[in-house]
Design a binder for this molecule. Structure first.
Ligand SMILES: [Zn+2]
Length: 149
């Protein structure tokens, strides 16, 4: 299937070394729209909603920022550590400038961890994009469900 210009441009911006050193697509051999469709199906199967997941991740980021770089416990369940680097990073779809915040989130009950960024939240909310499998900040739907719910 041919990609629309919007997705073609975004996919070009996601290559290694364009916006970020590692890129956004990981080891995927399918195109951006197919990645998004596959993950939308996975979300549906698990009963997850993109806007709700984005809201939770944003809530934990904002709570975690109060730790000023140190890990803090949120709602007695999560350990959240937020690292804020200087500067901003553009969304590959060219509609947003993200803060360079990196969040490490640990579920204290199970010790499951995940990492995400301000840009991850935007990509989930606006583009239903979890990054490609094999990418540093790929968010697996199953892991999101385990840790957030
Ligand atoms: Zn965007």
């Amino acid at each position: 299937m041919k990609l629309s210009p919007k997705y073609e441009k975004a996919m070009a911006n996601m290559q290694v070394g364009i916006i970020s050193a590692q890129g956004f697509l990981g080891d995927e051999e399918i195109n951006l729209v197919d990645i998004i469709n596959r993950d939308e199906n996975e979300f549906n199967k698990l009963g997850l909603k993109f806007d709700e997941v984005a809201k939770k991740l944003k809530y934990l980021l904002e709570k975690g920022q109060k730790g000023l770089g140190e890990p803090i416990t949120v709602d007695e369940r999560w350990l959240v550590q937020v690292y804020e680097a200087k500067g901003k990073m553009p969304c590959p779809f060219e509609d947003y400038m993200a803060q360079k915040s990196v969040v490490t989130l640990t579920d204290k009950n199970t010790n499951h961890k995940l990492m995400y960024t301000d840009l991850s939240i935007h990509l989930i909310e606006k583009h239903h994009f979890l990054e490609g499998k094999g990418s540093t900040f790929r968010l697996e739907p199953k892991i999101l469900k385990k840790i957030l719910y």
